[in-house]
Design a protein around this ligand. Structure first.
Ligand code: V47
Length: 362
């Protein structure tokens, strides 16, 4: 254990073996080093944005075992939004000061590249200041197969039609054996990484997620982080890493054991220390709960994601996130925890720094 502590004290880059050793440290020692790293980068700031999720349909050609969002036997409520409905949501969002729409969907051939191009162009034309974060690498792969087009072509069309950044979804777990068990048929790991690398090389930014707490092991999480770190060394295009805690309801993956808060906090801390080149670590409140996401800010995380407003993917799996989060609650919990809330845009430019006077319960 001494050598890992030495490495942490000297800020040395950590290996796969080191990653496994980090998990063996007691929670508070690990948290201490992750917190030091976080503080050296961001002090006491907690970042969030004011955003709106839009999921145009839940009818999907793929069946990922962990997914409760897609319409199937466990979720027999298929829906399809029209372009007008999506535009109306974007308009309402914009009128209420929302800065980002996060548009991701199921893999459905009725929602092809042309459908998306139209909707992105229309949103940009009507609301030029609204940041469009859209289409996961899994969707890019789906559209590339559907249209027999290269990834480059799909990504160029996204940029031409107004997409500003790509979300980190669809990464799940890169280990091929686990991936093929939980989401066979989805974009493979190599191509998920390739799509993000291509996107970054076009001068664009994206995020990266990791779904954990199901059948994967600690070693798979470390492997996942290291594959991201390798791409980031080449491109510098990942803004944030988002460890998503698996939600167990209404899906086909049989997982009886809940991961537990300590393992969740350890995973956040490990990600901060392994991913020495990704600036932000998001504790995604929709999967971790707001309280634990707030504690995670002392274990390496510096971001809570956003107010979200309507959340459909994790809430289908049992998370209490369907109606998003009030800005007021965000501010209160951040300030009473001794941190400084910072509203950011989607690329982490700071828009507003809040103070004690913004706290309703102080
Ligand atoms: O890739 C699906 C996950 C992801 C479950 O980039 C589940 O800023 C937990 O990627 N339990 C989509 N997670 C959401 C996503 C995301 C969310 C917030 C911010 C950003 C960003 C990206 O949701 C999927 C999948 O890994 N997911 N089912 C479940 N049962």
């Amino acid at each position: 254990m001494m050598s890992i502590i030495n490495k942490l004290e000297k800020h040395e880059r950590l290996s796969y073996e080191d990653g496994l050793k980090l998990y063996e440290l007691d929670l508070f020692t690990l948290g201490h080093f992750a917190d030091l790293r976080r503080k050296s980068l961001w002090g006491k700031k907690v970042y969030f944005n004011i955003n709106r999720h839009i999921n145009p349909t839940n009818i999907c050609k793929d069946i990922c075992k962990f997914c409760a969002f897609s319409a199937n036997r466990k979720n027999p409520n298929p829906y399809k939004y029209t372009k007008q409905e999506v535009l109306k949501i974007a308009e309402n969002a914009c009128n209420r000061g929302i800065k980002e729409v996060h548009i991701v969907s199921a893999h459905n051939k009725e929602y092809d590249l042309y459908w998306y191009i139209d909707i992105f162009k229309e949103i940009k034309a009507r609301f030029p200041n609204l940041h469009i974060k859209a289409l996961t690498a899994a969707e890019v792969h789906f559209l590339s197969t559907l249209h027999n087009a290269s990834y480059d072509e799909i990504l160029d069309k996204m940029i031409e039609s107004g997409v500003d950044s790509m979300p980190g979804g669809g990464a799940e777990i890169f280990n091929e054996k686990v991936r093929s068990y939980i989401c066979k048929g989805k974009v493979d790991s190599k191509n998920w990484l390739k799509i993000h690398e291509l996107w970054h090389k076009k001068g664009k930014f994206s995020n990266a997620t990791m779904l954990f707490g199901h059948v994967e092991e600690r070693k798979d999480r470390i492997d996942h982080m290291l594959r991201l770190r390798d791409i980031q060394d080449k491109t510098g295009g990942f803004n944030a890493f988002i460890p998503l805690v698996y939600q167990r309801d209404n899906n086909y993956l049989k997982v009886d054991k809940f991961l537990g808060s300590q393992e969740i906090l350890k995973t956040v801390a490990v990600s901060r220390l392994i991913l020495d080149n990704i600036p932000h670590i998001k504790a995604y409140w929709a999967t971790a709960t707001l309280n634990l996401a707030m504690v995670a800010q002392e274990f390496g995380a510096d971001d809570l994601d956003g107010t979200i407003e309507k959340e459909a993917i994790q809430s289908a799996g049992g998370a209490k996130s369907a109606d998003g989060q009030d800005l007021k609650d965000f501010l209160d919990i951040i300030i009473t925890s001794g941190f400084t809330p910072v509203q950011r845009d989607s690329l982490y430019n700071e828009l507003k720094i809040y103070g004690e006077s913004d706290c309703a319960v102080c």
